[in-house]
Design a protein around this ligand. Sequence first.
Ligand code: SF4
Ligand code: SF4
Length: 429
Amino acid sequence: MQTNFTLAQLADPDTADSEKILRACVHCGFCTATCPTYVLDGNELDSPRGRIYLIKEMLEHDRPATADVVVHIDRCLSCLACMTTCPSGVHYMHLVDHARVHIQDTYERPPLERLLRGMLAWLLPYPVRFRLALLAALPAKPLAPLLEAIGLKRLAAMLRLAPWRGPQRPLGPQIFPAVGARKGRVTLLAGCVNDVMAPQINAATIAVLTRHGIEVVLAEGAGCCGSLVHHMGRDDAALEQARANIDAWTALEGLDAIVINTSGCGTTVKDYGFMLRTDPAYAERAARISGLTKDISEYLAVLPLKPADGAPQLVVAYHAACSLQHGQRVNRQPKELLLKLGFKVLDVPDGHLCCGSAGVYNILQPDFARRLRERKVGTIERLRPDVIAAGNIGCITQIAAGTKLPAVHTVELIDWATGGACPPALRAS
Ligand code: SF4
Ligand code: SF4
């Protein structure tokens, strides 16, 4: 695509990078077919190609974002299916990230929208605050249908996603020693939402790693990866959270990997090198941290895992989280691990399409998110599996809110099959 940025505009590194991305797009439109929002409403402006055009016009003319542009960029899930499809290697993720920062800097949202976004940014990345909010949400949960009926859809969406049981206390910094001879040392990103809403995921991750000789360290000072605010265009807050993690992890010695079991966070941490490329104090360390980062399935794939005696042999519908399949291109490992441990694994038809979770998308865009969930749950239920597995808490929560089938993290099944505890969602079903 031809662009007309001035030299002064290109002096800004973000604009210079976006210009390269825009130039790579040949407007072929292949990406439209795999874009969930275009599949839902057929509007070119809700397709990657349409959004790329809107972003080009906004950045090239140095225009403040308009309400029309914001509507279509806000509807983007950042699922990155378009990046997997694009034959020209257009790095849509960095382009839309830049657009979101531009929107945050130049567009004044309506007061209620500002309040909601501000509250989410203040709450979700901080486990103690988030836990208190979930405790407060518990008695209000039955009101979700009523709130939806009177038009308070975002509030209703938040209540629907809150768990029915009381949230757990977040894990603090500590070391989980390897069982037997130590064969490796990793740090685990305990996460913010993950740790409070589904502590069994970290428990299974730590159990399977330590049982196979890997010491697991939770670093002092590590916290949210920054992706929740990054996707809202709040770059200063996202970079502050990234720097805190980099400081925390580089203080640890002898690490083989930074292991992440929430693929949305993994995609962001693997991008720290790019996010901090212009920060002289952090660029080199950020790139090193990104290079050390592995999804839990990537790390487990090279360990000698074996099924324990009497390992479960269930039929698993494997839902590939967008951040894992498109963001990190980790496709093989989760399914191969499950197969190797005796599960029967079914691929979900139209597996490239997002379930509608996408960070806080299911709160901010409840209608699109609900339609995507209904579509996803429908395709999964037709497979008649015993259990649904995914590698991201967002997908697990989103899908579980629309089905009676148990939905668990892939690592919970891996831990169970190698001698660990049965996942709570399967015990309850
Ligand atoms: S597939 Fe790639 S090159 Fe073609 S329109 Fe989409 S982003 Fe542009
Ligand atoms: S990231 Fe997903 S929703 Fe956004 S344009 Fe690409 S395919 Fe469409």
